[in-house]
Write a protein that binds this ligand. Structure first.
Ligand code: ZN
Length: 366
């Protein structure tokens, strides 16, 4: 994990100083040369076209596409097709034919410039703008366009990134595979990073929950402090129910529960969810300390009726961010959420929180 974060940090530093990086898209099994659009120079474009497909694109957030009047390249019955991100190609108005490295560098830099206006571009042209998805690589369809904008933003450049597929040197009729991408990066001393690594890095360094409510809640089992959180990724709402105070020396017993409609609400006996949740709350009351983190994933779960398929690593990240927000740094985990188990243990430790193994009295009661 640390090496992976180091690779992302090296890529961000390179992009911040206007240098290119190699980005691997594991989904497409191909790689891209990527750099900040506001750093475009004729030299960088010459390098890109010599080693790349020649299909040079500039990824921009949707708001920038709107601001510069870059309409989608195709519609079908009012619906955008699979290439929804592609916008009408442009040339900067002061360029010649628009295709030379000098011209393309000027167009790319103009697409990134804050002071550019729609009138600065001729349409169609030779540089293809692509709209990057909202939330970048953390959005639903993370690709090279999202990675390019994310790297530019992380590198505190303008939010615009150039991307161009790298061609195989061994077999120029094909694209470079992972091995070739790695050796290309090494040969040219460029950082090499994957889209998945950028996503993991962002999830670890940017808060993934926002505190949305806080109150004292009287319940049949006693009165507890309750804090509501909204998930930055999908807008789902999670809840933390707390007894006692978290302090650095005493581990806070934490029980993590994934919502189960049939078990939690109707007391279904098809699973142990309801009984475990009741047990955890009862133990919290008896001990006067403890915390129940109630997770509500985007895909509803009701054991025996509906099955849930939310990725456990994402839920583990959510738990870690809730603990960080609440200032809980030492926890004793109950392992009653078998779907999370070791993953959650690992995620919480990666966030620098101290965690004691399971077998807490909370889980014993559950
Ligand atoms: Zn259940």
């Amino acid at each position: 994990m640390r090496t992976s974060h180091g690779r992302v940090r090296r890529a961000v530093s390179a992009v911040a100083t206007g240098r290119p990086v190699v980005v691997m898209d594991d989904g497409e099994a191909q790689g891209y040369l990527v750099f900040a659009a506001d750093a475009a120079t004729p030299e960088l474009l010459t390098f890109t076209v010599r080693h790349g497909s020649g299909y040079v694109r500039v990824a921009l957030p949707g708001a920038e596409c709107e601001r510069l009047n870059l309409p989608p390249v195709c519609h079908k019955d009012g619906e955008l097709t699979g290439t929804a991100g592609h916008r009408v190609a442009v040339d900067f108005r002061e360029t010649g034919t628009g295709i030379s490295a000098i011209d393309r560098a000027r167009t790319i830099a103009a697409l990134a410039a804050a002071e550019s206006t729609p009138a600065d571009f001729r349409r169609p042209g030779h540089v293809i703008p692509v709209r990057s998805g909202r939330r970048g690589v953390l959005g639903p369809l993370p690709g090279a366009a999202e990675a390019a904008v994310d790297l530019a933003v992380l590198g505190t450049r303008r939010p615009a990134g150039v991307l161009c597929e790298l061609v195989s040197q061994r077999n120029p009729s094909e694209m470079a595979d992972r091995d070739e991408l790695a050796s290309f990066a090494e040969q040219h001393r460029l950082p090499f990073v994957s889209i998945a690594e950028i996503a993991t890095y962002r999830r670890r360094t940017e808060p993934q929950v926002v505190r949305s409510a806080e109150t004292t809640l009287p319940t049949a089992a006693g009165t507890f402090r309750v804090v509501g959180f909204r998930d930055a990724a999908d807008g789902c709402e999670h809840l933390a129910m707390i007894a006692g105070n978290a302090d650095a020396d005493t581990p806070m017993p934490v029980y993590v529960h994934i919502e189960c409609l049939s078990g939690d609400v109707f007391g279904s006996l098809a699973c142990r969810c309801g009984a475990e949740l009741d047990g955890a709350v009862a133990a919290m009351r008896e001990q006067g300390t403890g915390m129940v983190i109630y997770l509500r994933p985007p895909v509803a779960r009701a054991c025996g009726v509906l099955t849930s398929a939310t990725a456990p690593d994402l839920l583990s990240e959510t738990v870690a961010w809730i603990l960080r927000d609440l200032g809980v740094y030492t926890v004793r985990l109950s392992d009653d959420a078998p779907e999370l188990g070791l993953l959650m243990f690992g995620a919480i430790r990666e966030h620098g929180l101290h965690v004691e193994p399971a077998a807490s009295t909370l889980s014993a009661v559950g």
